[in-house]
Design a protein around this ligand. Sequence first.
Ligand SMILES: [Zn+2]
Length: 345
Amino acid sequence: MRKTSTMFVAAFAVAALAVRVDAQQSAPAQNDSIAFLDHVNAAKLLAADDLTGRNLLDCTMPPQSAAPTGKPVTAPPTIVFDQLYYLGTDIVASWPLVTSGGIIQIDSLDNPEEAQRIIIGGYKELGLDPAQMKYLVLTHGHDDHYGGAKYLQETYHPHVLMSTPDWDMLAKLHEPRAGFGPPPTRDMDITDGQKLTLGNTTLTFYVTPGHTPGTISFLVPVTDKGTPHLLSFWGGSALPRTLEPGAFEARATDMGLLIYKRSLERFIKIGEDGGADGFIANHPYRDQTFLDGKNDKITKNQMRKPGDPSPWIGRSTYIRYMMIALECNEAQIGWIQAGKPRVGQ
Ligand SMILES: [Zn+2]
């Protein structure tokens, strides 16, 4: 296991080097085209046969949305780790983290109806008390993550946390989109490196701009039937479409691919330093928590036998997942720098 991960860390170093070379060259478009296709091929290689799903759509040119379309399918409320639960759909996730001092709820789904039916309904089904929701952490200021927050805030009164830049972004929002709830009332700001302690659990938040100006990412300590693990939670999975920060349009803005890359590289290092050995996400088609009720981690977990590892744990899989994101990020940067040539795929 250790050997495999070392190999991927080495691949990471090579990828970073390749980009530096690209940036220094005033190479003709043909060379740039080849360089960005190398990153696409690297991502496909890293995906092997188990991560080939929607994450590779980030490597299409132009990039396609990785989100499934159609009516959301509600996932069965699931105890994923001893203290971490999944309550969401096949499109968007929410995660209650249970501590000895109450519950830290991560994200709030699209709207009050989903928050009530899926989050609060899920709490009741899994034996959690909604009155114990002490904090609601919003990974970023997009309505599919904060849409249920105002309802939860007004009904159960958790402190609501989001990064300063994303609270500022939401202050510019005029009208909620159809089907999505309004932003919550501004409460607590998350700054880079800030810790949140509740009972026996401490989370450290990192502001990782890219997907939005203040997307947060963090590591989640959990146990699986008593065995400790550390999960990486990268807060903004979809890639920006331009190199530089975009203008505020309608409901949001992003920080461009170049800043996204810096944040991702930083968070990969934070995960390595912390010893992360698994990952979760705020969209279930990213971490494959819930896809179709057949070939996903919730289903595998239901069929798990005593002694089998948790489907969410695997250090080399985690590293490959992060490296695919980095390779596709590099590929999109190279594709734009090469003048967005037509790519046969
Ligand atoms: Zn988003």
